[in-house]
Structure formats: C-alpha cells, structure tokens
Design a protein around this ligand. Sequence first.
Ligand code: NDP
Ligand code: 2IT
Length: 459
Amino acid sequence: MITVEKNQSMYTESVQNYVSQVFETVKNRNPNESEFHQAVKEVFDSLIPVLVKNPQYISQAILERIVEPERVISFRVPWVDNQGNVRVNRGFRVQYSSAIGPYKGGLRFHPSVNASIIKFLGFEQIFKNSLTGQPIGGGKGGADFDPKGKSDGEIMRFCQSFMIELSKYIGPDTDVPAGDIGVGSKEIGFLFGQYKKMRGSLAGVLTGKGLGYGGSLARKEATGYGTVYFVEEMLKDNNLSFEGSTVVVSGSGNVSIYAIEKAMKLGAKVVACSDSNGYIYDKNGLNLEAVKRIKEVEKKRISTYVTDHPEAIYSENCNGIWTVPCDIALPCATQNEIDQKSAELLVSNGVKAIGEGANMPSTLEAVETFLENNILFAPSKAANAGGVSVSALEMAQNSARLYWTFEEVDSKLHAIMKSIYQNSKKAAQEYNAPGNLVVGANIAGFIKVADAMIEQGVI
Ligand code: NDP
Ligand code: 2IT
C-alpha cells in the first residue's frame, strides 16, 4: 500500500516537472508576454491531476500543441484622420484552436493591445468556448487603436481598413469575430458593411450585429446577465443570494451595465461602478438609467454622474473601487484590475463572492487570496461565457434564417450558464478540489478540446 502511494506521489511529481518544463518553453518562446504567461500558468496548474490520470494527454503532446496558436496574423492598418494625417495602427487576429469548431472570439480596440494581450485572450477563449457546450473553437483579435475621442468618420475609416485585411482570414465556417473592449455595435456595423462590400452578404461572419441586419436579441445583455446568472447559481449552492446584497461592479461598459441591471433585478443594491479614470459611489444604490444615459447615449465620463446626483461621490483612480465594502464584487472592466492588495481589502471588508465579468481581472495572487479565505470565486472563463454563448446562438439563427424572441434567447442563456456552473463544480469534485471553480472550469473546458484533438490526429 505504502509503495503504491509512494509510486503515485513520485509519478505526480514527474508530471509536475513535465508541466513546468512545458511552461518554461512557453516563456522562452514568447518572451515579455506577461499576460499570456499568466493565463497559461493558471490553466497548467489546474491540469496536473488530469494529466496524472490521463497519460495520453502527455504522450500526444496536448499541452505543447494547445499553447501554440494554429495561426497568428499581424497586419498594418493605415487610415486617414479628420485633419488629413495618415495614421497607422497594428491589427491582430490569433486563430488559436479549431479543435471543436470555427475560431470564435472578440475584437478589442484599445491602445494597450499587443501580442501578449491578444494571445492571453485567445488562449482563454478556447476553454471558455468549450465550456459553453457549443461547437466553437477559440480566437481573438483587435488593434492598438484608441476609439476614445475619435469621430464616427474616423472610426468608420479605421474599421474599413482593418476589415480589408481581416476579411482574407475569416468566414462563417472558419472564423467569426465579435466585440470586446472598444468594439460595440457601431464598430461591428462598420466592419460588417466593409466585409459585405468585399465578399457578399454573409450574416454569419460576425456576431454582435445590429438587430436590423442579423443580430440576436439579448446579445447586448448576454455577458453581464450571464455573469450574474452564474454567480446566482454559485450563491444558491451556498445558501446566499443577490437579494438584499450590496454589490460593486467595476467598469461602466457593455458587460458592467448589464451585470448591474440583472443584479438589481435580482434585488441587489449596486453602490459603485467606474471607468478608467475613476469610480462613483452612491450609498443608496446607483441610478442605472443615469449610468446608461452617460455611457451609452452621451458617451461621457462616469464622473459626470455626480452632477445630477449630489449624494454620490466621485473618486479618481479606478482601482480605488475595491476599497468600497460589499458582499459581492463583479470586476467587469479589464485584466489584472484586482491585485493582491485589493483582494485583501475586499476580504477584510467582508466580501462573500467574486464574479469575474471581465477576462482575467484578478491577478494570480489575488485569486490565491480569495481561495485561501474561502471566498466564493467565479472565474472569468466560466462566468463571462454568456456573451460568446449568445454569439453562437446568433450564428445558429443566421444559419436557420430566423429570429428568436428575447425570452427564448435569454432562457437558453440562463440554461447554458447553469450548466457551465454544474459542469465546473462537478469537474472540481472529480479531481479532488471541491468548490474550486478555477480548477473545475479549466478541467471541464480542457478535456473536451484535448479529446477532440486526439481524435483528429496530429495536425
Ligand atoms: P467596453 O469597452 O464596453 O467597456 C470597458 C469598460 O472597462 C469601460 O468602462 C472602460 O473604461 C473600462 N476599462 C477598459 N480598459 C480599462 C483599463 N485599462 N483600466 C480601467 N478600466 C478600463 O468593454 P466590455 O464591457 O465589452 O468589456 C469589459 C471586459 O469584459 C473585458 O475584459 C472584456 O474582455 C470582457 N468580456 C466582454 C465580452 C463582451 O461580450 N463584450 C464577453 C466576455 C468578456 P473607459 O471607458 O474609461 O475606457
Ligand atoms: O471575451 C469574450 O468572450 C468576448 N469578447 C465575446 C466573444 C464573442 O465571440 O462573442
């Protein structure tokens, strides 16, 4: 008996060494890409027990293959600004994995975009899309273009130039981009118009389209609603709920606004939200209509909220939002917005649950802090999968040439989020990490992709 256990622990140690070696290779091959390294490390750490139990994943070099994108496209995006100056940005599309379906994932337009950010997002998208249960592979793209302060004409010209190149690589059955930070329905409209002009009207080539030309009802709401549905399941399982809870939601973009809306519908008091300049705190609960007006219609800074709401307080420094005491925190802005210090503050202020609406909003140390303190933690690739799920439903509607009602799409979204929660929970239990949804989501997402890769041979 003792020998069996000893052999087992020696084998586990050799698997750990193997995983460390593959990770070192990833770092050497992709130097200075800290976000990408972080995303890979989190997944690799979760997979050790899976590799111990399934040696075929090692012999088939699944880790070595899955970290290497099938294709990385980087391209020049020249455009002319309103003053007549020629401007140049860098565009990307990372077609990461087509093991279970066409590449699928958003486009991000933000000055911080680089290869590391697009690769971390694309890598996570593989497992997120697998978790949805829909037949979609992983991809991501974008550009270091800053839409802030640009006119509609400038944004249109940029999108047209971007699509002239991107159109060579995408298609309804090969790669289907959508939105992300800085890319909403306006940008998707310009991108779609240019694609249509070049290649014909193929509705299924992009998702997040306007409702008048192939978009799906509830896509706009999907990521925020989905995050709240996921957290609701997690809370229910632990005899907690949104009802009567105090909630803090970072960001004030697409994901944040609809996370706030659904949390409020479930009876929560949402007291704070933010943008990249600062955050607002309203102890009586935010006025969501005012936030929507400022961000969706007037496109102003969140600081202007206090003009009409003198009871609210605006503070510079967006990460200060984590000093606001709350029961539930929903980071919905960007990567690494919660570091260890912010995590410790949230814990000491009594937070009970974290739901990640943004992609990788907590650093590895912050996640560790939450788990060590038994805070309920809903990791991004599971919790924010509602957006891409409804994108896949949009593709299904486009193929069938029909439209579902808001209620139909919303109820499918709700069912998908519940099943992602259950599958992540089950995988965590099966691999001796009960309650650890980081491990559970990574494992459940990985196994389906790894098995599909093995069945399809070494390609
Ligand atoms: P939006 O562009 O609509 O909104 C982004 C929000 O986050 C804005 O309030 C923005 O403030 C803030 N923000 C962006 N970058 C930073 C930064 N570096 N520091 C602080 N705040 C920042 O994007 P989305 O709401 O679509 O995306 C938010 C997050 O959700 C991202 O992590 C995205 O990857 C993720 N996500 C989005 C999905 C979708 O369907 N849209 C699906 C799944 C995940 P400001 O206006 O000042 O820039
Ligand atoms: O991170 C994400 O899942 C998205 N930005 C949405 C992707 C999509 O294809 O809808």
